[in-house]
Write a protein that binds this ligand. Structure first.
Ligand code: GLP
Length: 240
């Protein structure tokens, strides 16, 4: 695991955006694994700028998002579909048919999860996976548990996560209690992973990951088993 410590959020966002743009330059038809949350917003802003400047080309790229609230319709402004359109998809030259996000309205949840895994496999697997981290060490919505799921599944959100994500909703009661998320093997199958960690509040999960110890109570710690993970953090998260 390589660690890059940036001075601040802006620098972290630029470093990450440059890596995504580099990936697209090396392999224009790259399959990108994308994340939501506040952490990658700066990276997406920089990618939008680079796309307009001709420095990042999404025309042949495919994308798979990590997760989506369940149940939540794509046009709901709290959905991750909405978030991605707002911050990236509507502003860069990615083709709509190349965008994949778990369907938060799926009636047959198992069929949706199976189809999501199949679509990732058919695309040739994920080349570059972007991750943020929850305060409790979750990645995607793989919450700390005694046993983690390997593949895309429906999961219950922990009280911690409901609390942390309530800031995006009108009230805590409106936060969905469940989500569809890629599993640990879906994430670990990516050829390269960039884990973005920003702010003092993320010092504890970052420290747990960098300790090198692997535990299902910090799902992100499993990234220590991945051959090509880069942690990009700002000084605030690194020093705490
Ligand atoms: C959500 C997402 C995660 C994200 C986490 C942290 O729960 N499912 O993918 O990493 O929030 O979000 P933030 O970056 O806003 O702290």
């Amino acid at each position: 695991m390589r660690v890059i410590v940036c001075e601040n959020y802006e620098e972290m966002s630029k470093v990450a955006a440059n890596m995504v743009a580099g990936q697209l330059l090396l392999k224009p038809e790259s399959v990108l694994g994308l994340a939501t949350g506040s952490t990658p917003i700066g990276m997406y802003e920089e990618l939008v700028r680079m796309n307009k400047a001709g420095e990042a080309d999404f025309s042949k790229a495919k994308s798979f998002n990590l997760d989506e609230y369940y149940p939540l319709a794509p046009d709901n402004d709290q959905s991750y579909h909405y978030f991605m359109n707002e911050h990236l998809f509507s502003k860069v030259n990615i083709k709509p048919e190349n965008i994949n996000i778990p369907d938060g309205t799926a009636k047959d949840v198992q069929a949706e999860c199976d189809s999501y895994e199949q679509r990732i496999a058919q695309a040739g697997g994920i080349d570059l996976q972007i991750l943020g981290i929850g305060n409790n060490g979750h990645i995607g919505f793989n919450e700390p548990e005694e046993a983690l799921h390997s593949r895309t599944h429906l999961t219950d959100l922990t009280e911690d996560t409901i609390e942390a994500n309530a800031r995006f909703f009108a009230s805590r009661d409106e936060v969905p209690r469940q989500a569809l998320t890629m599993g640990m093997a879906s994430i670990m199958g990516a050829r390269k992973i960039l884990l973005l960690i920003s702010g003092k509040g993320k010092h504890a999960p970052l420290k747990a990951v960098l300790s090198g110890k692997i535990t299902t109570s910090v799902p992100a710690s499993l990234l220590n088993l991945h051959a090509d993970t880069v942690v990009i953090t700002d000084r605030a998260a690194y020093e705490g």
